[in-house]
Write a protein that binds this ligand. Structure first.
Ligand SMILES: Nc1ncnc2c1ncn2[C@@H]1O[C@H](COP(=O)(O)OP(=O)(O)OP(=O)(O)O)[C@@H](O)[C@H]1O
Length: 196
């Protein structure tokens, strides 16, 4: 169980949000919605352990999730606005890098986002939607219970959104949790909504 209690966060001198609370159970999903600048990416960065809350607590299984940053990092996958790819490495080599960190089957992860035909191309020549697919393929490598996704479907074609929907469904069936910030429709049936 992930629980946020009365979280507040500052960026610069400004309070981006305060008094923010929610709970997410295994298999659960939460959509973060709100206008540009409302704080969706800020909240995801905080949940990923990359920003400190100004007030409040983040609990995992009832204990302080941020007390041990390395343990928290190991239980999550964070996909930001940026695709975090090495441009000179091929699509396959990019995934091999993450597989060395987390384990997992590179060929299966490539196949999950239909990237096998592009596996030998350097990431720098991929189209923006293909780069996003390669970033998302990291989710298919090795299991981690908490997925934090910032605008995961930007630039994706309909078939790729469908493939991501399959990944999300299998992750949740296995007890995984998803928090996703989005302005676009996302295949997350039964997801709750948190409006910032
Ligand atoms: N490093 C920073 N220093 C100061 N203010 C910042 C910083 N980063 C973000 N902000 C501010 O924090 C607020 C929340 O930004 P955030 O990126 O979380 O919004 P968002 O809801 O994800 O927006 P969008 O829908 O445009 O992606 C914005 O007003 C932004 O200008």
């Amino acid at each position: 169980m992930l629980e946020a209690r009365d979280l507040a966060c500052l960026r610069g001198e400004r309070v981006v949000f305060s008094g923010l609370s929610f709970r997410l159970a295994p298999g659960g999903a939460l959509l973060l919605v709100g206008a540009n600048g409302a704080g969706k990416s800020t909240l995801l960065r905080l949940l990923a352990g990359l920003l400190r809350p100004e007030a409040g607590a983040l609990l995992w299984g009832g204990a302080d999730a941020l007390a041990d940053r390395a343990a928290h990092a190991a239980r999550l996958r964070y996909l930001s606005h940026q695709d975090a790819l090495k441009p000179a490495l091929t699509a396959r080599e990019n995934l091999q890098f993450f597989a060395r960190l987390w384990g997992g089957e590179v060929e299966a992860a490539l196949a999950a986002l239909d990237l096998l035909p592009l596996a030998e191309l350097p990431a720098r020549v991929l189209s923006s939607g293909q780069k996003r697919r390669l970033a998302l393929a990291r989710l298919a490598l090795a299991p981690a219970p908490l997925w934090l996704l910032d605008e995961p479907t930007v630039g994706l074609d309909a078939a790729s959104v469908g493939r991501l929907g399959g990944l999300l469904a299998r992750h949740r069936e296995a007890g995984g949790m998803v928090l996703a910030a989005t302005h676009l429709p996302l295949p997350l049936p039964g997801a709750g909504e948190l409006r910032l």
